[in-house]
Design a protein around this ligand. Structure first.
Ligand code: ARG
Length: 457
């Protein structure tokens, strides 16, 4: 049964009905719609629209529906949307009494409430999934705290770092993602129910009590804003896009580290796949998909921002387009977080290969410049001298430390035999003692800080 037949003399065109119906997308809100309906029945009892008995029967029927309804039933019902389905099912169960439930309520405050309830639940799931990824990164960081890894800028070997330090960089990114989600959850924690279609409900319901019954921190303030606000959809999509960007960078790093050329890590068989033609291949599909799926999550963000742009106050049917992108963004995000944790869990690090790579490519050139500075040469001049040493080393096919002292001194007479101890990887790492650097002490500190940190609230 349609919710709005009375005013129409003609029936809807079948093609329009298919175009207009949102059930194939919003069927996922069935539990939220029932929860919201139970709370609304309570509000109607409070203002005397329902007596105790009627309230009891409605709640009983709604609970029964919540327990027994199946996805197949919903989709086969042909209802316009999930709100029509729930109301229709209620009327089928309790008859005319069911027709009282929509008193003073609109699908506009109803859908806004349902979707916020969904966002609250899924937001918690996302927080848990982010924490799991962060936990895996911390495990790997402490396992590989001392493993040397070439650090890159411009994808050119720059300075040695440790694998632990690299992990901790992503721990920081995930930490910011956690705060973004919790922040969004705090802001969306207001209940729109009782705002009516746009002007507020004509029944003097206790909206604070209603908000609390639904687990919201408080009732929303302005009825026009309440039914037309989709900031929470935008904020979750935005947090998803940023987090996916981080996951994509992590994936890209690991794809490179896992490549035949680098070989710093080996991914587990469990998260790789083979080639139908080339028998030797073991491809990093899980990571490539994470990297690839970031695109569709960005798409959802751009989609909802564009849908909301220039919508006149208050509800417009355009807003029905909010759910498909949000559902897909959050589903994809959760899946990618889960996959990321799984990939990290099985990563094997090849310490010898990453150490060897860190030793090549003149990653200790800055150290030689700093050495000259310690002997009194201004840095800019030291930079130039070391540039000359590197050029000569490239031509000779040697590492810097393979030059004899005499050869070194031909570039600058202030170089002494103590230079060699400054050119080792250990010396390079050990010097990065300032806060946030790659020295072992700093990594231990960062690990300690993270492990003692309260989860983001
Ligand atoms: N299916 C609609 C949506 O998702 C529900 C609200 C419809 N309200 C209306 N007045 N047509 O936005």
């Amino acid at each position: 049964m349609s919710l709005w037949g009375g005013r129409f003399a003609g029936a809807a065109d079948q093609r329009f009905k298919l175009f207009n119906d949102s059930l194939p997308v919003d069927f996922r809100l069935v539990q939220q719609d029932i929860t919201g309906s139970i709370a609304w029945a309570g509000a109607l009892k409070q203002v005397g629209v329902l007596d105790e008995l009627e309230y009891g029967s409605l709640v009983h029927a709604l609970n029964d529906l919540a327990e027994n309804v199946t996805e197949e039933q919903i989709l086969a019902s042909g209802a316009e949307d999930i709100h029509s389905f729930v109301e229709g099912s209620l009327i089928a169960k309790v008859g005319d009494l069911g027709k009282k439930l929509h008193t003073g309520r609109s699908r506009n405050d109803q859908v806004a409430t349902d979707l916020k309830l969904w966002c609250k639940e899924q937001g918690e799931e996302v927080l848990a999934a982010l924490l799991k990824v962060q936990q895996q990164l911390l495990v790997l960081a402490s396992q590989e705290a001392q493993t040397v890894l070439p650090g890159y800028t411009h994808l050119q070997r720059a300075q040695p770092v440790t694998f632990g330090h690299w992990c901790l960089a992503y721990v920081e990114m995930v930490e910011r993602d956690l705060t973004r989600v919790s922040d969004a959850l705090k802001r969306l924690d207001t209940c729109p129910l009782g705002s009516g279609a746009l002007a507020g409900t004509a029944y003097n319901v206790d909206r604070q009590a209603l908000a609390q019954a639904l687990g919201f921190a408080r009732a929303s303030n302005n009825s026009l804003d309440s039914v037309s606000d989709r900031d929470h959809v935008i904020e979750l999509c935005s947090a998803a896009a940023t987090s996916m960007m981080h996951l994509s960078r992590l994936a890209e790093d690991m794809i490179f580290y896992n490549s035949g050329e680098a070989g710093f890590i080996e991914l587990a068989d469990a998260v790789t796949s083979g080639s139908s033609l080339m028998p030797q291949k073991k491809n990093p599909d899980a990571l490539e998909l994470i990297r690839g799926k970031s695109g569709r999550v960005y798409g959802s963000l751009v989609g909802i921002l564009t849908t909301m742009k220039a919508l006149p106050m208050a509800y417009n049917k355009d807003m029905q387009e909010d759910k498909e992108g949000l559902f897909d963004a959050v589903d994809t995000w959760l899946m990618c977080l889960d996959m990321t944790a799984l990939v990290l869990e099985g990563v094997k690090v090849n310490k010898a290969r990453s150490l060897a790579a860190a030793q090549q490519g003149y990653a200790n050139a800055t150290e030689l410049a700093d050495y000259l500075v310690s002997k009194g040469m201004p840095f800019r001049e030291a930079h130039h001298v070391v540039g000359e040493v590197v050029l000569a080393a490239i031509e000779a096919g040697k590492a810097l430390e393979e030059f004899t002292l005499e050869q070194m001194q031909s570039f600058s007479s202030i170089i002494d035999s103590d230079v060699y101890q400054h050119l080792t990887i250990d010396a390079t790492l050990a010097k990065r003692v300032a806060q946030g650097g790659t020295s072992l002490d700093q990594i231990a500190k960062a690990l300690g800080n993270q492990q003692s940190q309260e989860p983001a609230d």
